[in-house]
Design a protein around this ligand. Structure first.
Ligand SMILES: [Zn+2]
Ligand SMILES: [Zn+2]
Length: 298
């Protein structure tokens, strides 16, 4: 039987649109449970409760704005594509790596011989260093990290920072939800027949709490994983290439590795934006050219 894996992969694109709806639904339910149901009514209680409610509501909205902003930026920004008829500056710069990759790291196509390296047979174009062909997007993506179904986009050179900020703010928001819903969650067991909230409201709070715990824990896992990748200037795909290598050629030291993704302007590190100078001075942010540790030594 001749299975066309590419057809299957492009189906993931449609799953992505459902994921956007799912993200919106989880956000809406959390907003209802945390803000409207639990903390907004307490703002008029006076004293410390009012102050705490105000603080939680402000923090919730601030994180919501930041995560939505980062989310939109990672969805709408092109991770980077290879210019037409791109050719490597020199033969030495040819990249030696696996040909195809998807988020599930299923290698659909393996180059038959070394001549195929540095050239994509699907796009019929040259392949810059750290670039990989995405089977879902059906094109080559610069410094491809993975294809993310949650953002219906590939994560690569030009939107990796936005993706990391989205992870961070979503983690902080879900952790905040867990902490501020904890008293209501405990109340669910103590007085399920209580008179202050309706049974459906308590059930919704319970569901929101469980969903947020699940998301906070999975996001924590991804944050730890990407922090480790970021500190060594490696993409999720390159983890396999890096195995057995004594010194990873793109590892420029922790600070420089961080700047290769987040830029040098500290004021913009926590915002899904880049300074104009950084876009001009850091080639890695464009995804065609990457400094290596051997450049550093020379
Ligand atoms: Zn390609
Ligand atoms: Zn993709």
């Amino acid at each position: 039987m001749d299975l066309n894996f590419f057809k299957f992969c492009s189906g993931l694109k449609f799953l992505g649109y459902l994921m956007i709806l799912l993200v919106a639904a989880i956000t809406a339910v959390s907003y209802y449970a945390v803000v409207l149901l639990t903390w907004a009514p307490r703002i008029s209680h006076g004293g410390f409760t009012s102050f705490l409610s105000f603080l939680i509501i402000v923090l919730f909205h601030l994180l919501l704005v930041m995560l939505t902003w980062s989310y939109i930026m990672v969805v709408i920004n092109d991770p980077g594509s290879v210019p037409e008829n791109w050719k490597p500056p020199s033969q030495e710069n040819l990249e030696a790596g696996p040909d195809d990759n998807t988020s599930a790291s299923t290698s659909v196509d393996v180059p038959e011989n070394r001549q195929a390296l540095g050239y994509c047979r699907h796009c019929r174009n040259g392949k810059p260093p750290r670039c990989h062909h995405c089977s879902v997007c059906q094109r080559c993506v610069l410094k491809m990290d993975h294809h993310c179904v949650w953002v219906v986009n590939c994560v690569g050179a030009r939107n990796y920072k936005f993706f990391l900020l989205f992870l961070l703010y979503t983690f902080l928001e879900t952790t905040l939800d867990v902490i501020v819903l904890l008293p209501s969650f405990m109340k669910f067991f103590k007085e399920a027949t209580g008179h202050t909230n309706s049974a459906s409201d308590l059930a919704l709070t319970f569901l929101t709490f469980v969903l947020n715990v699940a998301f906070a824990l999975s996001l924590l896992f991804f944050i730890i994983m990407h922090a480790s990748l970021l500190s060594s200037n490696t993409t999720s795909i390159e983890v396999y290439e890096k195995k057995g290598v004594v010194r990873w050629k793109y590892d420029l030291g922790r600070k420089k590795n961080f700047e290769q993704v987040f830029g040098t302007r500290k004021a913009l590190w926590l915002l899904p934006l880049f300074a104009k100078e950084d876009l001009e001075n850091i080639p890695a942010l464009h995804g065609l050219d990457f400094p290596t540790c051997s450049d550093d030594e020379s």
